[in-house]
Design a protein around this ligand. Structure first.
Ligand SMILES: [Ca+2]
Ligand SMILES: [Ca+2]
Length: 328
């Protein structure tokens, strides 16, 4: 398990006041509307899988069997043993849930998130040290620091969302649609990130990374971070969804941008006894699984088998989610 934060930076607990003054921040190209028709890079191969028409904003993932876990090293970890898993057909969100998506939910339901109730969330300091801490006055509406606004980044992934907040969103979707939306299971997530269970080390397959990760842009701001050397996605913090090249299943930002809550409880030994068919995680636990790495993640945390576990009430500026919909 990669205990958070997965950075070579000092962890600190510091309560910032709302009036704390930080230097001006620049997020390259942030907030511009995404014109998905004009994306410069397209997937190397979109699985030409005939299947049922997915709901808007989702892709069809044809089920199958695959080798789940870390197939690339011999090091013992919670990503071992590699084990065979089969998942049924399902739909998966093409993008991470955005601020615009979440705003529609909140406007319709009146829902108040955990960070708004508690008045704080976790985030990275705007100072170049990259220190991490609990900050007052941040929530999904003020994702990075108290003065940060979402009005110019409605197409960014929503963050500062607990697992329970994500559950409230999918329950709302269920009520609106009559369909059984939920978070993806950990197995579904890895199968989809592997473009149908392929034995890839990274979700993008071979070649240059794809996604908003700790890159050369991030290093200019946070010199102490471990980055993917030579790769520049242009974003220090979150990026609009859908800007990066999708994987072969047509999923955007499945690696990077924000960690994504899955439905499952976390068990560090779960792979030793996981059932083969449609595993749903341990029956109980105190941590939930997140997948995919984020904008602060370096190479070690970006391989497709990487598992992160957090308490379900954790809210951070690097955590969001995407939705799934089983066919039956
Ligand atoms: Ca980046
Ligand atoms: Ca992601």
């Amino acid at each position: 398990m990669k205990f958070f934060p997965v950075l070579s930076v000092s962890v600190f607990l510091l309560i910032f006041s709302i009036s704390t003054s930080f230097p001006a921040e620049v997020t390259p190209a942030g907030g511009k509307p995404v014109d998905k028709k004009n994306l410069s890079s397209q997937p190397a191969q979109i699985a030409a899988t005939p299947g049922p028409e997915p709901p808007k904003g989702m892709v069809f993932i044809r089920g199958g069997c695959f080798e789940m876990g870390d197939t690339f090293t011999q090091v013992d970890s919670d990503e071992k043993p590699v084990h065979r898993v089969c998942v049924d057909d399902f739909f998966m969100g093409k993008y991470e849930v955005t601020n615009a998506d979440f705003d529609a939910f909140v406007k319709d339901s009146g829902y108040v998130t955990a960070a708004e109730k508690s008045g704080s969330g976790w985030g990275v300091s705007r100072k170049g040290s990259g220190d991490w801490g609990l900050m007052k006055g941040i929530s999904w509406r003020h994702p990075l620091w108290p003065a940060d606004e979402i009005s110019d980044k409605m197409d960014h992934p929503v963050v500062q969302i607990t697992w329970d907040d994500a559950q409230a969103y999918v329950e709302w979707l269920r009520g609106k649609s009559g369909k059984k939306y939920r978070l993806p299971t950990e197995a579904e997530w890895e199968y989809a990130a592997r473009s149908g269970g392929k034995k890839y080390k990274y979700s993008w397959g071979e070649g240059e990374p794809s996604g908003n990760i700790a890159d050369e842009s991030a290093k200019k701001k946070f010199p102490a971070w471990t980055i993917w050397e030579g790769y520049d996605d242009g974003y220090v913090h979150t990026a609009p969804v859908g800007r990066s090249r999708p994987n072969e299943s047509g999923l955007y930002d499945i690696t990077g941008n924000v960690w994504e809550w899955t439905q499952d409880w976390y068990g560090d030994d779960y792979y030793r006894y996981s059932p083969k068919n449609n595993p749903k995680g341990p029956e109980s636990g105190h941590l939930r699984v997140l997948r995919g790495g984020c904008w602060i993640s370096g190479p070690e945390d970006l391989h497709v088998a990487t598992r992160l576990a957090e308490e379900p009430d954790k809210k951070e500026d690097i955590i969001g989610f995407r939705i799934a919909l089983p066919l039956k």
